[in-house]
Design a binder for this molecule. Sequence first.
Ligand code: SF4
Ligand code: SF4
Length: 280
Amino acid sequence: MENKAVVNRIIPFSNVDGPGNRLAIFFQGCNISCIYCHNPETINRCISCMACVSGCPSGALKTCDEGVIYDEKVCTECDRCIKTCRYNSSPRAKIYTVDELYKIIDDYKLFIRGITVSGGEPTLQAEFITELFKRVKPLGLTCFVDTNGFFDRERISGLIEAADKFMVDIKAIDNIDILCGTTMKNNIENLKYLLRLNKVYEVRSVIIQDYMDVENTLFTVASILKEYPEVIYKLIRVHTQGLRDEQKEKVKDKVPSAEYVRQLGEKIRDIGVRKVELII
Ligand code: SF4
Ligand code: SF4
């Protein structure tokens, strides 16, 4: 049977998803749910409840026996359907075969340095992406994976081998259940594993007060990364723009000061991390 995957959206040109100009593919489905998630519509698969259909102002959504039919030709990208959906999904997600994605990438290959798979959590669709990477690499493009750090190393061993680099979130160490609604705890071990294989491009931590063990998380990561001078450690101050109202309520009083983030950056440099980037 042909390998297929659900894709939330494709951005042909991105300069924030790894080095150079990259085509970014956002896969549908995530294994965690973070308080500050800026792509909550990528978390779950559509359950065909049809709640979004009648609210579409341009008639881009219709119902059929299999679920929602989406017509991108008339969609105005108003995002009303995403705001309506209570299941953290999107009626605009589409099923692709490896061949279909390959053809899109091939069309852009002269203008990009590589592709990055993101989400959601792309490692949930590891088999599909492994096949995609094997097709894409002969085009001379690099293949990156943007992961939340929670994956089964054995299950995705083929993907680890096929990928050039990973960009790994370390969201928290002790408070991960409160911040991300998961009992998984293997993010640090997974990071160390990928580092030993020379597969890490950058590590990112979003800084939010109270919901995460900020200094424990950042200084633990820094003490690991000091041995890997080529790896970037990016500290991102949480922000509320683009969050849903219920998320904003939780986050609005937890945004750290820019000065505090700068101080954390200095401490991390003092620990020995060479490449520290602050997104304030
Ligand atoms: S974004 Fe959603 S609601 Fe808006 S036009 Fe497109 S399908 Fe309809
Ligand atoms: S996208 Fe959300 S609201 Fe629309 S049919 Fe699917 S689950 Fe229901």
